[in-house]
Write a new protein. Structure first.
Ligand code: ZN
Ligand code: ZN
Length: 438
């Protein structure tokens, strides 16, 4: 929306604390009018305006179109270059996207590219690290410090005449597609001029604005992180439902990173590493933006739909699962690691067992089973008979095949490692020395 340029040598207002005397200078009044004052005016007007069924249906349909202008147009086409669209679709998306009243394509995409490039840092224009409300809309209500602006390359956008036209005529575009057009349809169609303006115009674009803002706030705060948890983006069906499928945000951020790595480019130009045209990769996930793009392709209106390789996506998911598993694993007692246990000679093991200690050797490891003898599910006699012996065969199925749980429990009783590995090893070692066994 409104730009804030640095004034040379002077401290920017955002660097000063907000006081009673200067708060109005902190406010970006153009943005505030468009995302707060007019919407609140719309809510008030709704109390004095009857909602007719046809107008409600039109408002809903136009909500979908203008939402699509942002999700399929602003976001996936222009900010991320995840597919190519012919002139008719570009014009349609630039018009209805303008009707969503959230800035020009050029302004929106440049901010969004910075958001992906500097997620969660000071250069992220709507970093959730500054708070949920900040990432939702306060970043537009308050004037931003131009010194922390994350620079992005938008040269590709400047070459698109549709983008340039929309940016130059942005005021007329939001006035017409944000309010006049929805009013004209309801007015000329079924005589509801006022309802058309209030419901299909103002309230409808206010809802689209809030839905988009939710991708920047809620989608970085609520939900699962199946692909990567190093940054804030998350997947949640609620965010997807209100944003025409943009809620699978953990995948969206991550796949974009995959692409940038795959293209091994650190350029700011997203032409070199576009994104996936899908936000939801499973067929059953709600992503009407993806379905629309796919339909346009079938009609010959869109082409070159980018998809990251399923195998690579799955790798990311598995790595994150492994990370979670490792975190769980590290919280449990798995017994003293083998390399930290004292090394004991076989003879010493026998001697200690005979002197009353309940030691059992299994697979070269000595276990102190004294506290476990009475609890042994297989009975006291059986476990007692193994004391002072190598019970590897017994434990591993000679008598009874022990479960994973038994193996884990056993590991918590480790007290030492037998030098050379065990009874058989010692026997081999001694006999080879005597030359009886080679
Ligand atoms: Zn994005
Ligand atoms: Zn994000």
């Amino acid at each position: 929306m409104a730009k804030t340029e640095p004034s040379a040598g002077k401290q920017h207002i955002s660097e000063e604390p907000i006081t009673l005397g200067n708060w109005y200078q902190h406010v970006n009044w153009i943005n505030t009018t468009l995302i707060l004052i007019v919407p609140v005016g719309g809510i008030v007007a709704a109390f004095y305006t009857q909602l007719r069924a046809l107008t409600a249906a039109w408002a809903l349909l136009y909500y979908f179109w203008t939402g699509l202008g942002v999700t399929a147009g602003y976001h996936r086409l222009w900010a991320h270059r995840s597919y190519e669209a012919g002139l008719p679709i570009r014009i349609f998306l630039a018009c209805v996207g303008g009707g969503a009243v959230q800035g020009s394509i050029r302004w929106w995409s440049s901010k969004h590219r910075a958001h992906h490039r500097w997620t969660d840092t000071v250069k992220d224009p709507y970093s959730v690290m500054k708070g949920l409300w900040y990432s939702h809309f306060m970043w537009m209500v308050l004037n931003q410090n131009p010194k922390t602006k994350g620079r992005t390359d938008i040269s590709d956008l400047n070459e698109d005449p549709v983008v340039v036209w929309q940016h130059k005529n942005y005021g007329s575009v939001i006035l017409f597609f944000g309010m006049l057009f929805p009013m004209l349809v309801a007015g000329l169609g079924w005589g509801d001029w006022k309802g058309g303006l209030v419901y299909a115009g103002i309230l409808r674009f206010s809802f689209v604005q809030q839905a988009t803002f939710c991708v920047n706030s809620l989608a970085h705060w609520l939900g699962e992180q199946p692909f990567d948890d190093r940054n804030s983006p998350r997947d949640h069906v609620v965010t997807a439902l209100i944003t025409l499928g943009e809620g699978y945000h953990n995948f969206h951020h991550e796949v974009r990173r995959f692409f940038s790595l795959a293209f091994t480019s650190h350029s700011l130009n997203p032409n070199k590493f576009p994104s996936d045209y899908r936000n939801a990769i499973e067929w059953w996930q709600y992503d009407p933006t993806k379905w629309s793009i796919w339909v346009w392709k079938q009609l010959g209106l869109a082409s070159n739909l980018k998809q990251f390789r399923a195998n690579e996506i799955e790798k990311g998911r598995v790595q994150q699962l492994q990370k979670k598993l490792d975190q769980k694993r590290s919280k449990l007692d798995w017994g003293v690691p083998l390399d930290q246990l004292p090394v004991v000679d076989w003879d010493d093991f026998i001697a200690e067992s005979q002197s009353g200690k309940a030691l059992v050797a299994i697979a070269g490891v000595i276990h102190d089973v004294s506290k476990f003898i009475t609890e042994h599910p297989g009975g006291k006699t059986l476990i007692s008979s193994a004391i002072g012996k190598d019970a590897t065969a017994m434990f591993n199925g000679g008598v009874y095949t022990h479960s994973n749980a038994a193996h884990n429990l056993l590991s918590s009783m480790r007290v030492g490692v037998i030098r050379g590995g065990g009874e058989v090893e010692i026997w081999r070692h001694q006999n080879s020395q005597k030359g009886l066994y080679t």
